[in-house]
Design a protein around this ligand. Structure first.
Ligand code: COA
Length: 436
């Protein structure tokens, strides 16, 4: 059958697609900007026919009834690899829980180690080309693994999605059903950096030499670095997430990918999240390669890059160098994502470095983010034995190989000056370092 006919045969309405799901089943969902908003908005409307559905999500962007509405209790339970704002809001209501993971093996652990099944997969894709191939577009972190594992694959076709290249193609014959929903693609606005973030950006830029390959993480700080990198030459990108800042660096001729050891000449990443500027940039761009998260985030793959620098953000760091990036005390905030993967991978690379950046204070300067101990219940994202370089607006602490006394000194030196004496006193009082 020709691909166009096959497509028409598989095209159903959104309500019909959701009715393929049955009680006590598991639904896997594509992440971030590749989540299918039509199918997910419809899901809650089927509440009365659905009991005990597990929904696997990762960094959801939309606000959906099946997550937010308390009457969904008993009908839908959300398991989430990376929380967004809506997930934080409902966490305390008990209808959602976080799945601890390192991104490169997130799907593998669920599907093979925990032997869990995906009955239905909801994702998104571009319309097919004349041969019946579609592009999975903005997300390749877990999507292909979930598609391969699912009994029923349903894709929401959106002509506004960019056609991305790499491992993103899927043929209409590999899909069970398609629905159409041509809506604007979800965006993550770029927030202008604060004065502290600009200082941090300057320090980080000072650690990046020409010819380095970069990974930039999620949050305000990684985007603040861009402005300080305009004089660099021949940078490369090997990342988990493509960002707007990378487009600026590419357009300025700073990113050329020419000196990369892996995928020479190409930026490599697993998903894109930003504004339309980024989505237009990745559209049909032979210089941008999407690979599955299991590949981009494998520390041993990352480590094959020469001079690989990972740059991620944290919420709290204790004087031992334990990094918490995913919770505020016992309140779960986001997720590990690829932070530990990329931090470890960068250190496996020749002349590589794993950087964690954070503002020295939070809550309008009321509390120090460098602390003697992590807050009770804080989740450790990077253990002290893996930590490399910490940067705040007060400087750079190179922790690799340092004993606890020297780590505490280095970290107190980059804490906000208003908290330094107090930190020293507490560290001594607790016996972490008896005499600093
Ligand atoms: N104690 C209490 N509250 C704190 C805090 C602390 N130590 N540190 C930050 N906060 C608060 C902030 O005040 C802010 O509150 P607000 O939203 O009410 O203003 C909130 O927590 C978010 O902090 P902010 O630093 O602005 O977050 P961000 O958007 O820059 O993101 C992370 C930072 C760490 C949450 C984010 O980078 C993350 O989730 N990282 C983990 C995953 C990762 O790095 N993956 C890598 C590859 S993509």
């Amino acid at each position: 059958m020709n691909p166009q006919e096959l497509y028409k045969q598989k095209l159903i309405s959104i309500p019909e697609a959701v009715s393929k799901l049955q009680s006590h089943q598991t639904l896997g969902v594509a992440m971030a900007a590749s989540e299918p908003p039509g199918l997910l908005s419809e899901l809650g409307k089927h509440r009365d026919h659905l009991e005990d559905i597990r929904v696997w999500v990762c960094l959801p962007l939309g606000t959906y009834d099946f997550v937010l509405d308390p009457s969904m209790d008993g009908h839908f339970f959300v398991e989430n690899w990376f929380y967004g704002a809506a997930d934080r809001a409902v966490h305390s209501q008990g209808r959602e829980s976080y799945i601890p993971n390192n991104l490169h093996e997130a799907a593998t652990k669920k599907l093979y180690a925990a032997k869990e099944r995906v009955n239905v997969f909801f994702g998104s894709a571009t319309p097919p080309d004349s041969r019946g191939y579609m592009s999975l577009s903005l997300g390749l972190v877990l999507e292909k693994q979930l598609i391969r594992a699912a009994d029923i694959v349903i894709l929401e076709i959106n002509e506004n999605l960019p056609w991305t290249l790499g491992d993103t193609q899927i043929h209409i014959s590999e899909v069970d059903y398609v629905v159409e929903n041509h809506v604007p693609v979800a965006e993550l606005p770029v927030v202008p950096p604060t004065a502290a973030e600009e200082k941090i950006g300057g320090y980080i830029a000072s650690l990046i030499e020409d010819g380095s390959t970069l990974q930039l993480g999620i949050g305000g700080i990684p985007n603040a670095i861009t402005a300080f990198m305009m004089e660099r030459k021949d940078l490369g990108i090997h990342t988990e997430m493509f960002t707007d800042g990378m487009v600026d660096l590419y357009n300025a001729g700073v990113i050329t990918n020419r000196r990369k050891t892996l995928w020479n000449g190409k930026m490599v990443g697993a998903f894109a999240l930003g504004t339309k500027k980024l989505y237009d940039f990745v559209h049909n761009n032979l210089g941008v390669e999407f690979q599955q998260g299991a590949v981009t985030n494998d520390p041993y793959v990352i480590g094959k890059n020469y001079r690989m620098i990972s740059i991620n953000t944290a919420l709290q760091v204790d004087v031992l160098g334990q990094v918490c990036s995913q919770s505020i005390g016992s309140r779960h905030f986001s997720g590990t994502g690829g932070q530990l993967d990329t931090h470890r991978g960068a250190q496996l690379s020749e002349n590589g470095r794993g950087i964690i950046a954070l503002r020295s204070t939070a809550k309008n300067g009321e509390i120090s983010t460098i602390t003697p101990l992590l807050s009770t219940g804080a989740e450790v994202t990077i253990p002290s034995q893996d930590v490399d370089t910490i940067v705040t607006e007060y400087g750079i602490a190179d922790l690799k190989g340092l004993c606890l006394r020297d780590r505490a000194k280095a970290l107190i030196n980059i804490a906000h000056p208003d908290f330094r004496a107090q930190l020293q006193e507490e560290v001594e009082r607790l016996g972490i370092v008896p005499h600093l």
